[in-house]
Ligand binder design. Sequence first.
Ligand SMILES: [Zn+2]
Length: 484
Amino acid sequence: MKILRAGTLIDGTGAPPVRDAAVVINNGRIEAVTTAGPSTGGPPDAEVIDASRFTVLPGLIDCHDHLAFHGYELVRRWGLDEPPSTRHLRTARVASQVLASGYTAVRDAGGLDAGFRLAIQEGLIPGPRLVLSLQIISPIGGIGDRVSPSGHGSPFAHDPSLPPSVADGIEGVRTTVRTMVRAGADVIKCATTGGASSRAGHGPKDRAFTLDEMRALVDEAHALGRRVMCHAVGGPGLRVAIEAGVDSIEHGYYLDEDPDLIPMMAERSVFFVPTLTVYEYHRDSTAPHVRERARALRAHHLDSVSRALAAGVKVVAGTDAGGHGHPNNALELEHLVAAGMTPMHALQAATSLAAACLGLEQEIGTIEKGKWADLVVVEGDPLRDIRVLQDARRIKRVIKGSRVATPSTASRPSARRSSSRRTSRARASSAGRSNSSTRTPAPIPRRRCARRRSSSRRTASNSSRGRSSPPRRWPSPPSAPSGR
Ligand SMILES: [Zn+2]
């Protein structure tokens, strides 16, 4: 048993912060949340983690990430520039860094195979809890169709862990959804439009699937118990996605152009994952058509977010990181605040609301009795300045269930990859810490409970916010290999 003493506790529900709280953790789950201050009791042998000088939050959740993407250049995207083993180890390092930065769960929007989920569950590598889509399903010519500008395909045969994702026609999409599920997909990722970075000729407003194809895709996914996250940027394909019944709209930059769409999303409880971070990246792309698209959509993007918030659409945090943005995923929270969210709302967008987007609101996302003890200890007050979550030196501890990691700045990647594309605001916020970036954070004192004391316990209400569909529980780690 562990007792985490929190100077300030923000539980992720949107409730005001609580001073001098304690979180009782047993077998990786939260057994109680109390406000008894230093008198909180516990078994004499309980390990006490003293975070009384810090703020404790639920572990952060990124609803749209690409942990296995390491760059937009074709040779990187297709894995031509290094052996697969090197690439996998690079991905494992990113997973570890993202966890250390406070992200205890990630929904991967394509490129990561089920082996990583297994490796993390078994403890082979550190990393966040994973909700995997495996691949992006699109028709011929869509964003999942890997054809070079010269018309050539990838020279590699498909990896059976990442099944082919080009699907055409009703039967084609049903078959592909089934194939993804067979290979271990937790969620179905598809695309109904091009995007900022897609090939020239398939832009953000160009439609991919027909409405009939999308209805079949959504029907098949839901029949197999999988939600659908849909890359949809603008134009008729954006409407197709919403009409077909997808569960989340990814990007949605041009939602503001069709007055029907945001009310439809609010009415149908469709989540909106605007991925503001990736826009900042594409705005400085070396490819002229990508740069042009990214710059053209900026005003629409911000307008869409603010209209969605006003209409009550659940807007959640997702970075679209991959080749950029890792492990500074918390930059998305700064963008959400700049787009009109309060810091508290931005925290919910990356905790309780994000958990609901993943269908895991009964398991993670808030600091409440019964949930996994996924917690971040941070120095400072993110409600005053959301950017403290981007400062590696301030992330004092990350707890994921029964695993505790003390992040070290040494585990952060070189500045070459992580900082070259950051916004000027983010750069300004990090400037003050650059001089001491090699400092090891001060350890949090640990001690054993001296004695048992009575306490006036507040057990947090186990309220359920979010969607009513049944939550999915994290599978237990597999047992030891049977010998074969
Ligand atoms: Zn993406």
